[in-house]
Design a protein around this ligand. Structure first.
Ligand code: ZN
Length: 336
């Protein structure tokens, strides 16, 4: 079987002609295999969806139970036959339930890694190296300038700032799926055991993480009774990134706007977003993780789905690995 019969890129997303399914399609399709719950990868309206059990629960929480005609939960590591190919989901280390999807026929294996990272994350299973012939990778941070610092050090900055400014509230902008829970869990691991306050938009997915066994400690709604601004002095409030510099933020005492994102590596982005305390915390692989992973999987070809594709393709060429950009559209790089 030719590689293009196993998996190829189409405007709707990656498609397996031999298996008759799409991976993370951007339009409604008959059969969709979903790598993870971020909204640019997991969309509603498919006839049938196969995804890890946590990813299905995330989709149901976001879109309602009727988001697909039929859903089928997949256990990571279990191999199934779909059409003429064998399919296995492996952990991707990106967010809770995230998976790489391995598609194999006649001993030839293509791995679609979805979004992934190699760093430790206490809220999800670590990335698994799956040896393959063709490795399909994202390149959100695919430039040598992107080297994420140690995550623990970024959390320590937040804890130190809270200690330094006991009269102020720290508003931490974090994406509601993955980043918010990772920040909270890392704060707990750093010994921060005071209540953490949540914007309404964060509550549903935090509860879901707790149901999935990720303990987040004492969480309370960030509701201000009239005239009692002082209640939040010295508190940490987790909210959507869009809220940290908006009207909503003004209900808290002298708020410190924080934003937990890989993009905080770019000073100008932090400045434009009105961020006082940037926390460089990413759920995507940085440059070193991307290139290390390509080396680790031992592939003989690389396809790059989205992000900063050109630099990574050039790195592959210099390393003697044929590579091509797929120029896939519909996948954003803002979920980090
Ligand atoms: Zn993602």
């Amino acid at each position: 079987m030719r590689p293009e019969a196993i998996l190829r890129s189409t405007p709707a997303g990656l498609y397996s002609p031999a298996g008759k399914f799409h991976i993370d399609p951007v339009v409604p399709v008959e059969r969709a295999l979903i790598t993870h719950g971020h909204s640019d990868h997991a969309r509603p309206g498919h006839d049938m969806v196969l995804a890890s059990h946590p990813t299905l629960r995330i989709m149901a929480a976001r879109y309602g139970e009727g988001h697909a005609g039929i859903t089928q939960g997949v256990t990571l590591g279990e191999t199934m036959t779909i059409g003429d190919v064998r399919v296995t989901f492996h952990p991707a280390g990106h967010v809770l339930g995230s998976a790489q999807i391995s598609v194999e026929s006649g001993g030839f294996r293509i791995v679609a890694s979805g979004d992934y990272k190699r760093r430790a994350d206490p809220t999800c299973l670590p990335f698994e190296v799956v040896p393959c012939n063709i490795f399909i990778t994202e390149a959100t941070f695919g430039l040598p300038v992107f080297r994420h610092p140690e995550a623990d050090a970024e959390i320590a900055k937040l804890v130190a700032s809270v200690a330094q400014f006991p009269e102020r509230a720290h508003l931490v902008g974090a994406y509601s799926l993955g980043k918010a829970q990772r920040v909270i869990r890392m704060l707990r691991d750093a010994g921060y055991d005071r209540p953490i306050y949540l914007h309404g938009a964060m509550q549903k997915l935090c509860r879901l993480y707790e149901h999935e066994g990720v303990a987040l400690g004492d969480l309370r709604p960030a509701t201000v009774a009239s005239g009692r601004k002082g209640d939040f002095a010295g508190a940490i409030v987790v909210c959507p990134p869009s809220e940290i510099a908006e009207r909503w933020a003004r209900r808290f005492p002298d708020p410190v706007a924080c934003f937990a994102s890989g993009w905080m590596r770019i000073r100008q982005r932090a400045k434009v977003a009105g961020v006082e305390l940037p926390l460089i915390l990413s759920d995507h692989a940085d440059w070193d993780e991307l290139t290390q992973t390509i080396a680790d999987v031992g592939c003989s070809e690389v396809w790059v789905t989205h992000g900063r594709e050109e630099a990574l393709v050039r790195w592959c060429a210099l390393a003697g690995i044929p590579a091509k950009p797929l120029h896939m559209v519909g996948y954003e790089d803002e979920d980090d």
